[in-house]
Design a protein around this ligand. Structure first.
Ligand code: HAM
Length: 419
């Protein structure tokens, strides 16, 4: 066999059923936990006006500058496949005047995002996020609640050790002072910076701390830290935030040089890091964005949120046991097919996962298939037994086999018995 004619688009990945099942488990747990914290689902379009992202995420970010899938449609509209969920959610919040109907809004969303990044392990051009946004609430209570909610989710899905890394980006004047300190530190080192960072020095100095180029990462270690510029008020806020998450038993660490890859953040920002055999993986990013609603045309509205990178989270989870099967129906002859279909339909109505081998085949090959599928019971629809209204039921764990009335098979399976 030669190369398949069609290949995936670079940076995209197929999620085959075993992995899709793990996504589903995390997504279900996320919906449940978010519901317990008062969040409701919002579904917004995958396509938005390109301007929405340049206005919210910022023109000088990597995302807007070089990673967006943007195009002009047949009507001349400039559109972009969403690279993240916050901008669209806030656009919907403003456009639907949600703030006028309720003082505090808690939304969550799930779905694909698109960024034309350089593909590598855990970094895709189409990836999946589960996000949460709280609009209308000041810090630091909801900021703390967001990471506590994440801790509850991680406990449910069995995510090994994770740490919340947080920082305060300062507000107003303090941010300006920090920016100046960064510029003076990095200007002295400009010949050692990558070309992008040399440009960032004049356009968006905070971004310098976010550069992933090795030579720039090295310089970050001695760069000024935000903490030195924070006002008393910001420091007090950060202290209250830390007390709340410490009190909830969430492992965390202040990371004084943490900045985020999007420009809308205003106060406390955070990431969640998971230690893996291949090194630390950032599975969540989030923070406060108190100016975004007004920047997109709405009233002044404090807000905060996060997004989980589902592809990365799923990859960090321990291998689950396969889904398995409760009942395999073995059909030795074609005459029994009708009975098999009826029995399986009744089984499914009672929540019993059931299957057969649609190819038919010998008794032996069907039994082999039942084993392969991990069936806990096998019902053998032998012709003679069926005439008497009976089937043979085998309990695969104990090996016991007995004839039971056709009407009793499903009760036996549900009981966990078989013989
Ligand atoms: P972000 O840090 O850009 O934040 O993305 C959040 C998470 O999505 C990352 O921590 C990572 O796990 C995952 N992620 C990002 N890019 C990729 C990629 N190319 N491949 C795989 N996973 C990826 C946001 O998107 C903000 N909207 C979060 C937020 C919500 N802030 C406030 N509200």
């Amino acid at each position: 066999m030669g190369e398949p004619t069609f290949q995936r688009v670079r940076g995209m990945h197929d999620i085959l059923p075993a992995e899709a099942h793990r996504f589903y488990r995390v997504e279900s747990a996320f919906r449940e936990v978010a519901g317990l914290y008062g969040f409701s689902e919002v579904r917004v379009p995958l396509l938005e006006a390109t301007r929405l992202f340049s206005r919210s995420i910022g023109d000088e970010t990597d995302i807007v500058g070089k990673e967006m899938y943007s195009f002009t449609d047949a009507g001349g509209d400039e559109l972009t496949l969403r690279p993240e969920g916050t901008a669209g959610a806030v656009r919907a919040y403003v456009q639907n005047s949600v703030g006028a109907q309720e003082p505090v809004t808690r939304w969550y969303y799930l779905g694909p995002m698109f960024r034309r990044e350089r593909p590598q392990k855990g970094r895709y051009r189409q990836f999946y996020q589960a996000g949460a946004e709280v609009l209308g609430a000041p810090p630091p209570l909801v900021d703390a609640e967001l990471v506590i909610m994440l801790a509850d989710l991680f406990a449910r899905v069995g995510l090994p050790e994770s740490t919340v890394l947080y920082n305060h980006l300062g507000s107003g004047d303090t941010r300006a002072v920090f920016r100046e300190r960064l510029v003076s530190y990095y200007s002295a080192l400009s010949d050692r910076l990558c070309a992008d960072c040399r440009r960032r020095l004049s356009t968006n100095p905070l971004r310098l701390l976010d550069c992933k180029v090795e030579t720039c990462v090295v310089l970050k270690a001695d760069a000024p830290a935000m903490r030195g510029c924070l006002s008393g008020q910001d420091l007090a806020m950060l202290g209250r935030y830390r007390d709340l998450i410490d009190g909830a038993g969430v492992a965390s660490r202040e990371e004084a040089r943490l900045v985020r890859g999007l420009d809308y953040y205003t106060g406390i920002v955070f990431e969640v890091e998971v230690r893996t055999a291949d090194g630390p993986v950032v599975v969540v990013g989030g923070g406060r964005y108190d100016d975004l609603v007004s920047r997109l045309g709405g009233p002044e509205t404090p807000a905060a949120g996060f997004a989980i990178g589902l592809d990365r989270l799923v990859a960090c989870l321990p291998e689950p046991s396969p889904p398995g099967l409760d009942l395999f129906v073995l059909v030795p002859s074609e005459q029994a097919t009708g009975q098999a279909v009826k029995l399986m339909r009744k089984a499914r109505a009672r929540g019993i996962r059931t299957d057969l081998d649609p190819r038919g085949g010998s008794f032996k090959s069907q039994m082999k298939r039942a084993n392969k599928l991990g069936a806990s019971h096998v019902a053998i629809l032998g012709e003679r037994e069926l005439l008497e209204g009976r089937v043979s039921l085998k309990n695969m764990a104990s090996g016991e086999q007995a004839e039971v009335g056709l009407g009793d098979v499903l009760d036996r399976v549900l009981d966990g018995g078989g013989a």
